[in-house]
Structure formats: C-alpha cells, structure tokens
Design a protein around this ligand. Sequence first.
Ligand code: GAR
Length: 203
Amino acid sequence: LLKIGVLVSGNGSNLQAIIDRIEDGTLQAKVVCVISNKADAFALERAKRHGIPTHILDHRAHASREAYDVALVDLLRSHGVRLVVLAGFMRIVTRVILEAFPNAVMNIHPALLPAFPGLHAQKQALTYGVKVSGCTVHLVDEGTDTGPIIMQATVPVHDDDSEDSLSARIQKEEHRAYPEAIRLFAERRLTINGRKVIIEPSY
Ligand code: GAR
C-alpha cells in the first residue's frame, strides 16, 4: 500500500478529501503522517479524528530552509513515506526533500499553471480578468509552482466573483483532482508529457 505523508499549514480540506477517498475505498493508499509547520492548523485536528499520527515542525526553530527540510525528511522517512503530498503547505521546499523523494513530491495550486503561480493565485486571476480558472496538481521541482503538470480542472470565473467565491469553486475541483492524481501515482499510471514517470524507490 502506498504510504503518503501529507504536509499542511492550514485548514486541511484537501487532506480531508484524500482521507475520505481512502476510507470509501476509491484510493488505495494510507496517510501515515501529517506534518504541519503551524501549531494551530485545523488539518492536525482532522488527522487526529482519523487516527493519523501528527507532528508539528516549526520552521522558526531551524536555521535555514535546508536544515528544516532535513528534519522533515527524517520524520517522513521514519514513517516509511513514499509519496509526499503538499496540501496547503505554505513553504517552499528545497532540493533536500526533492532528492530524498525523486518524482514523489506533489503539490496542488489554485490556478491553471503556468498562469498565476505563487501566493494569492485566485486574487491574481480576478485582477487579470480571466474568464476561466481552476486548479493544477503537479510534481514539485525547485521552482515555485513550475513542476510537471499531472492534472488540471477548470471552473468559470463570474463577473461578480469575490476571492472567497472563486476560491470555494476552485476548492471543489481540488477535492476531486488531488485524490485522482494520487490514485494515478499509486497505480503507477502517472504520465508527464505522454511519458510514464519512473517512481523510485519502489513500494
Ligand atoms: C488550497 O486551495 C491550495 O490550492 C492552496 O491552499 C489551499 C489549502 O487548502 N495552496 C496554495 O496556495 C499553495 N501555494 P486546504 O488547507 O483546505 O487544503
């Protein structure tokens, strides 16, 4: 069974969607740990409700991004994690994590990448005036929201949308797309640009 480690900073609705798909049997995987850089993340509460081990790893207690990521890798490895899932984890990860989990770090972003990377993607979309937006699940590389795209889903942008109303519409799609992308990984059916992704180490 694919062992997933989920990194969070906030509400954890994507974590919840993943847990729900595992519990209803549509996703064959196990969330073996949830790690937050914020002590008050509601995602931790969600994990506990489902009996999933949680950790708070405060980035402020580490001298550099790399030092923080070494601690993250240690923790993820101690749980036997094979796929690292960033679910509202508001930190940029370094090559320390990417080298420890080659082709096995996923992120979800609330826009149709490569449009509107970085923070406040929904606001960027509204300000630009696009008529369609959505979400993107991608493998993480060293850039910000630049890695190979696994899956996207679109939503309309309405003239009277606020950041909140657009975010809510996008989140609905996130909750479908993220478990689906993880399922492709778990079933070794992930392809990027038409090529099968080699998943290492084996699980
Ligand atoms: C999601 O909408 C996700 O796309 C976004 O944070 C939200 C987390 O929600 N991620 C980013 O903006 C990453 N740059 P959740 O905690 O309810 O899953």
